[in-house]
Design a protein around this ligand. Structure first.
Ligand code: AGP
Length: 605
């Protein structure tokens, strides 16, 4: 999510840091900063684009430096929250990518020991923790500090007291090392280093690299040496920004195991069967007393809201109404006693969602946000909220945002449910099933090639009908949106129960149907719909549960997914539909990442 760069060598560090940060700009950022150590350490930070930082920079002499593009996860967008972060003495510097789950507990202990914090971030805990253990040996202090840390980090540390080395460590968040003729580098992304060398070493979890201007070594947290192979990067810069994927959309589809993991990280209490949602804890009383939940969003986020409707009603027993923000803004619907509002927005800047939020606040309603971009308008203007932590979504067609929003709604349903009568056992079981979801997503992603073969067969059709029921109905709608917005094929999502009320008139050989039909409480009803379509010679692709031979007999092509709890199925059943749409558009030779007429953020009404 964030861009990280560290350099130590004979060259001036500052220009090297800035060009590396520029290369990593696509990863998303809301602020940036550098520290350069020469005769003394100089640290400069800025909010906004990287150019804002450049404008602030005077001469920063020195051969040791760290740089950072922040994609905020904790704390608003501000200079204080921008990296690098330092210790109390301003002598230890840290840049970090990831989420320190136990930062609150560590922070309060450090404050009791007299450490003074200046930011709201989780990262600053690392600089003070290293300070606590630092007695001149940075490597040892970093290792001792990280042994106390829970969560994800790609962290790079340096100190003015020893300006000849940088120490980097990885847990879940990527780091790559390169020592070459320009000096010693570490970065969160190969893109930043390719211009210096294509030979790199990728750190694995629990590995610590100590880098000097002409050498480096790697150990684990217990000082056991680790021998690493060098990797020859044969990507272009553009490719590297996509992590070797052909498109950002494909990268973001394939990242969903990781992004789902990040969305639930630190938010599931498996022992108590509860969700831990710190961002809404201040509003807990109003949430658990709620008599109605209204969800307001646009596009893909609206369909995620429909997933949340099924989950919250079933798991918490609270009625839910989902509104298109562009309609809600003009409704004259009075607020009901005990009604709370959830605004879902990946960008946090969608005009109608924001306008509806302001309407509700005007009327005194409680507003909660489910937002990916930290510090965005919806995030700032809601009373409380839950960040996706899905990382920047660059592809215009939303993919990992939908699955992240859906799993967060599952957490919210658990949060409400366990405060409204869901039993301990039900809570423990539901939490366990939520925990499984990221790995199920990874399993589904392994069938990419098979799905691409099926997509090839359907790329020339002009129309498509997507059908689903209950939890699969919003998935059918989202699948249809994916296909239409990147392949320009007219695709319509429909509740399968509505077929006989009109749409079945469309069915003929040239009008295929995609049936979202995992094992569920409405599976039998779906089979009837499939029969009706086959009777009219309609071509059919079905998404089914692995082992379901019956559906394979009935349709032309079947895509299988692992068995998953019905209440959580929408989170992962959408992934094959994302992949299907991606390959249809690809085979049609279209611009998958930047479809015609669309923009990533609809910030105008
Ligand atoms: C979905 O692929 C589209 N990019 C679009 O429908 C999007 O979901 C919608 O504009 C809402 O955006 P938001 O989540 O940033 O508010």
């Amino acid at each position: 999510m964030c861009g990280i760069i560290g350099y130590v060598g004979e060259k001036e560090a500052c220009p090297l840091l800035l060009s590396a940060l520029k290369r990593m700009e696509y990863r998303g950022y809301d602020s940036s900063g550098v520290v350069v150590v020469g005769d003394k350490a100089r640290c400069v930070k800025s909010v906004g684009k990287l150019d804002n930082l450049k404008e602030k920079l005077e001469d920063l002499p020195g051969g040791l430096g760290l740089g950072h593009n922040r994609w905020a996860t904790h704390g608003v967008v501000s200079e204080e929250n921008a990296h690098p972060h330092t210790d109390c003495k301003g002598d230890i510097f840290v840049v970090h990518n990831g989420i320190i789950e136990n930062y609150k507990e560590l922070k309060s202990k450090l404050q009791e020991e007299g450490h003074v914090f200046v930011s709201e971030t989780d990262t600053e805990v690392l600089s003070h923790l290293i300070e606590k253990f630092f007695e001149g040996d940075l490597e040892s202090a970093v290792k001792k500090a990280l042994k106390l840390v829970k969560g994800a980090y790609g962290v790079v540390a340096a100190t003015g007291s020893d300006p000849y080395k940088i120490v980097a460590a990885r847990m879940f968040s990527p780091l790559v090392v390169s020592v070459n003729s320009s000096g010693g580098f570490v970065a969160s992304d190969p893109t930043a280093l390719i211009s210096h060398s294509r030979e790199m070493v990728f750190l694995e979890d629990e590995e610590v690299a100590v880098i000097s201007k002409d050498d480096f070594y790697i150990t684990d947290l217990d000082n056991v040496a680790v021998e690493k192979e060098k990797t020859e990067i044969d990507w272009s810069i553009e490719d590297a920004q996509k992590g070797g994927y052909d498109h950002f959309m494909l990268k973001e589809i394939c990242q969903q195991g990781e992004s789902l993991e990040n969305s639930i990280r630190g938010r599931l209490d498996l022992e108590e069967g509860r969700a831990v949602l710190g961002g809404v804890e201040d509003k807990k009383e109003e949430i658990i007393r709620a008599k109605k939940v209204s969800i307001i969003a646009c596009g893909t986020s609206y369909y995620a809201g429909m997933v949340g409707e099924c989950m919250i009603e079933e798991m918490a027993g609270v009625p839910v109404e989902v509104h298109l923000a562009s309609e809600f803004k003009y409704k004259k619907q009075p607020l009901e006693e005990g009604e709370i509002f959830i605004f879902i927005s990946q960008s946090g800047e969608t005009a109608y969602t924001l306008a509806s939020l302001r309407e509700v606040k005007e009327k005194g309603g409680l507003t909660l946000g489910i937002v990916n971009v930290v510090g965005s308008s919806v995030a700032r203007e809601t009373h409380a909220g839950i960040y996706n932590h899905a990382g920047p979504e660059i592809g215009v067609a939303s993919t990992k945002a939908f699955t992240s929003q859906s799993i967060i709604l599952a957490l919210f349903a658990l949060y409400m449910g366990r405060n409204k009568g869901m039993s301990f056992e039900e809570g423990v079981n539901f939490a366990k099933e939520i925990k499984r979801i990221p790995r199920i997503a990874d399993e589904i992603l392994e069938s990419k090639e098979e799905i691409s073969e099926i997509a090839k067969k359907y790329k020339d059709y002009s129309n498509f009908l997507y059908l689903g029921r209950k939890y699969s109905y919003p998935v059918a709608l989202e699948g249809a949106l994916k296909l239409k917005e990147i392949s320009y094929i007219h695709a319509e999502g429909y509740s399968a129960g509505e077929m006989k009320h009109g749409p079945i008139a469309l069915i003929e050989e040239s009008f295929p149907t995609f049936a979202v039909c995992p094992q569920s409480s409405v599976y039998g009803k779906m089979l009837s719909n499939i029969e009706e379509i086959k009777a009219r010679r309609g071509k059919m692709v079905a998404l089914g549960t692995r082992g379901d031979d019956e559906i394979a007999e009935m349709v032309d092509d079947v895509i299988y997914m692992p068995e998953v709890l019905e209440q959580l199925s929408s989170i992962v059943s959408v992934i094959p539909l994302q992949i299907f749409s991606y390959y249809v558009a690809l085979y049609k030779g279209l611009d998958v990442d930047k479809p015609r007429n669309l923009s990533k953020c609809v910030s105008v009404e």
